[in-house]
Design a protein around this ligand. Structure first.
Ligand code: FUL
Length: 468
């Protein structure tokens, strides 16, 4: 079966001319093409916005007067502009949070923008944001809270139909979304009842309307929660997860498992690290002085994307409906730090070769083309990187060709100090990206040794930087 799939995958790739390298036997499971595209997004924004913004709450009870929702100068283009400037690739909006309030005029509810005073009930935040994203060249995703503290049918089987009908409205009226976000938080409804969710039907329905969606939840199927809300993923991070016997929310896999994945997990379900730029998920004026600094955000990027996952950063608009200047300054500062740090690959003119085949250059590794890759001739392998001159380096970025599965589980980086090679970094997994930071080295030779892998390593890129 796998051999057949392997052949088909390969035949497809060769036909499309997308993967440039020798044929490789995949190590299963492997990502879908939507998951591969998702991995390349790396960083995108989360927007928590709704009645809580106006009532100063984090979890609205669902009995708030809809007229409280009244942004004075809502400007989704400003959100998109700032996201773009910060280098985010998309925006995920809380179309409905736990309070049940719908940011679009849903026919499934009487607790929506239509019942608010904003734009005399004629507004639609989902539409405004999807237009802004399209205009700005960003992708969009939606968070639709399964938990609903307003809907009278919550806690009954009928609510499952309501939830599906709400999803249908969102997934059929606003264009394509890249991600659908299912929050694990699940409490009681307005009637004191708890819901038994029909996630199987939710999933089938969502894919019926938008088959390209990456669905996020504690157990995927597209992407998984990373087990914390601090924005950090373990340095050992498998894109694989076992989901049998686990549920979404309570009954999910242990948080430590979510943070690391399962080395031999049956499904490709990569980790996404969600965190807020402020202490809360919604805007509170009292937190204006508690916005994370560009340096803190950069550090979170290193600990999420740098450990092979994606980084979902929440930036809650204020009561005007705009991103507050403190948050926008932090975001733009973070964008600048990243661009400065990774704009100049110090290995551009280096020669990289395998120690097994000295002198035979492997240009695929430093050509900055994500479609070219190198297949190691053996499972334990060393690469020698020779730079034209001594260079100050404190960061190496390694990338596996994950289209063929995740393989590496132990590696080291050594730098030549003029006398001998000294170990500067000891790592475990690489996955889609590993950003390895170490004390500054003045060196003209690096050695990367892969001590353990599930099968022959397949790498697509190695680059080096001096991150200040
Ligand atoms: C949690 C929610 O309860 C928070 O309000 C927030 O939406 C966060 C992203 O997920 O589970």
């Amino acid at each position: 079966m796998h051999d057949m799939r392997n052949y088909l995958l390969l035949a497809g790739c060769l036909f499309a001319g997308v993967l440039l390298g020798q044929p490789v036997k995949p190590v299963y499971p492997i990502p879908t093409k939507e998951q591969l595209a998702w991995h390349e997004k790396e960083f995108y924004l989360f927007i928590h916005f709704g009645p809580n913004t106006f009532t100063d709450k984090e979890w609205g009870e669902g009995n708030e007067d809809p007229s409280v929702f009244n942004p004075t100068a809502l400007d989704c283009e400003q959100w998109a502009r700032i996201a773009k400037q910060a280098g985010a690739r998309g925006i995920i909006l809380t179309a409905k949070h736990h309070d049940g309030f719908c940011l679009w005029p849903s026919k499934q509810s009487t607790h929506t923008v239509r019942e608010s005073k904003w734009m005399n009930g004629k507004g639609d935040v989902v539409k405004a944001l999807s237009d802004a994203c399209r205009k700005t060249g960003l992708e969009m995703g939606v968070y639709i809270s399964p938990w609903d503290r307003n809907h009278p049918q919550y806690g009954t089987p009928a609510y499952n139909d309501v939830y599906i009908a709400s999803m249908k409205e969102l997934l059929t009226q606003y264009g394509k979304f890249f991600e659908l976000w299912w929050d694990g938080a699940n409490g009681e409804g307005p009637n004191g009842k708890k819901q038994v969710y029909d996630f199987k039907r939710f999933e089938d329905s969502a894919f019926k309307w938008q088959k390209q969606l990456v669905i996020f939840s504690d157990i995927g199927p597209g992407a998984r929660w990373c087990g914390n809300e601090n924005g950090t993923i373990n340095h050992t991070n498998w894109n694989l997860l076992d989901t049998a016997g686990f549920k979404r929310g309570q009954g999910g896999p242990p948080t430590d498992t979510l943070n690391r994945g399962n080395v031999n997990g049956k499904h490709w379900i990569p980790a996404e690290a969600d965190v807020s730029i402020r202490p809360g998920w919604f805007y509170h004026a009292k937190e204006d002085s508690k916005v994370k600094s560009p340096e803190t955000l950069f550090n979170l990027y290193l600990r999420s994307v740098g450990n092979g996952g994606n980084f979902l950063l929440n930036v809650p608009p204020d009561r005007t409906g705009r991103i507050h200047p403190a948050d926008s300054a932090a975001l733009v500062g973070f964008g600048k730090l990243r661009t400065t740090a990774f704009s100049k690959d110090l290995l551009q003119n280096a020669s990289i070769s395998s120690i097994a085949a000295p002198g035979k250059k492997i240009p695929a590794l430093n050509d900055h083309n994500i479609q070219t890759y190198w297949v190691s001739p053996q499972q334990n392998s060393s690469l020698l990187v020779k730079l034209p001159a001594k260079t100050a380096i404190n960061t190496l970025v390694l990338e596996e060709m994950i289209a063929y599965g995740q393989r590496v589980s132990a590696f080291t980086i050594e730098a030549f100090d003029g006398q001998a090679f000294q170990t500067v970094f000891t790592g475990t997994t690489i996955g889609r990206k590993k950003i390895a930071s170490f004390p500054l080295q003045e060196t003209d030779q690096l050695r990367i040794t892969i001590q353990q892998a599930k099968a022959v390593p397949v790498l697509r890129s190695i680059s080096a930087y001096q991150v200040k």
